[in-house]
Design a protein around this ligand. Structure first.
Ligand code: FDA
Length: 318
């Protein structure tokens, strides 16, 4: 996909006007369901149960981002409480501390109020603390997603503070950011859980590699640091070259299969998820759900020409 088209789609992902237009399109729901597991807790838990039965682990994201309304941020926390309670009733909920937990929720701090004009940082931290408390009681993990680079310092500071109470709290680092190799070095200590992804936002050259080959090279350097570190690397990519290199990196670091995991998004490369699982690897599927699917969906369209073609074909009725 051309860099220009990708930037245009990622800009569209943040346009409220386009969101209103796209979400009203009659085909949208059907197309979106390829990447989003429904709008209700019941639907997403049912999808999670199917994936768990196939031997995969799960991380569920209640969709929403860039909240500038405190009530909405509080409603998001409430939604996570309901979700966590439902997941905690599954037999896979793991209450042994220290073990790999098959069930996880992923949260975006911007959905918890990070962007609120006054005290956004403190409000998001408090909301994330409430979610972690509920997750701990239910035997789940939490990982904090990475958003655009203007939030990185605040997000990593919140994760650092919360890890004093919840040492298992995971965070996401984006290989396209020039700072990330250094962040990997700083964060690869004991008990850390780092999900390494390429990065999904439209970032300026000043802070991010924009060339695909440079992003891939950065990913491999970061992976090397995490594999050699003392934490639990979570390799989030669908890229065959990255997955092959990751296998070599964890083998070189003499890691056992319970000392790292692969992660992929719901609806993407299901066959590869199953192949890795059958080989004895831990594979976690990131499952988004909820009404606020627009930004997430547009970022998936921006990633791959085939995803955009799929959407356009559906629009044309073909
Ligand atoms: P990329 O998109 O570069 O694709 C490389 C190759 O992979 C393709 O050429 C093709 O061969 C193969 N491929 C990709 N998709 C395929 C498909 N549908 N079918 C067949 N082959 C396919 N980002 C972020 O900024 N913050 C975050 O918190 C997260 N969180 C997150 C969690 C998880 C679990 C994952 C997997 C990803 C994220 N991301 C993310 C998204 C991430 O940053 C990135 O945008 C996407 O994963 C796409 O990058 P890939 O590494 O998958 O390869």
């Amino acid at each position: 996909m051309s860099a220009l088209l990708r930037s245009a789609l990622l800009a569209a992902a943040r346009s409220a006007q386009l969101e209103r237009a796209v979400t009203r399109l009659p085909v949208s729901r059907d197309v979106v369901s390829r990447f989003v597991a429904g709008t209700s807790t019941d639907q997403v838990v049912s999808t999670a149960e199917t994936l768990l039965r196939s031997g995969r682990f799960i991380s569920i994201d209640y969709l929403g981002e860039d909240t500038t309304d405190l009530t909405q941020a509080q409603a998001t926390v409430e939604q996570y409480r309901v979700l966590i309670a439902a997941l905690g009733r599954l037999p896979q909920a793991e209450t042994t501390s220290g073990a790999v937990r098959p069930l996880e929720v992923s949260v975006k701090l911007s959905a918890l109020g990070q962007a609120l004009p006054r005290d956004g940082h403190a409000i998001a931290r408090e909301h994330a603390h409430q979610i972690c408390t509920a997750a701990e009681a239910a035997g789940l993990w939490v990982t904090v997603d990475a958003e655009d680079h203007t939030t990185t310092d605040s997000t990593l500071a919140i994760v650092r503070e919360l890890r004093e109470d919840f040492p298992w709290l995971g965070t996401v680092l984006q290989a396209y950011l020039r700072r990330t190799e250094e962040d990997c070095r700083a964060l690869a200590g004991p008990q850390s859980r780092i999900r390494l992804c390429k990065g999904a936002y439209d970032e300026p050259e000043s802070v991010a590699f924009r060339d695909r080959a440079e992003v891939d090279a950065s990913y491999l350097r970061c992976l090397g640091v995490l594999a050699a570190g003392q934490g639990y690397p979570m390799i989030a990519s669908h890229d065959p070259a990255i997955i092959a290199a990751a296998g070599a990196a964890v083998a070189a670091a003499r890691r056992k299969c319970e000392e790292y995991e692969y992660q992929m998004l719901y609806g993407i490369r299901d066959d590869e998820q199953q192949r890795l699982t059958a080989e004895g690897n831990h594979v976690r599927v990131y499952i988004p759900y909820g009404d606020q699917w627009y930004g997430y969906f547009m970022r998936r369209l921006a990633e791959r020409p085939a995803n955009l073609a799929f959407f356009l074909r559906a629009l044309a009725g073909g």
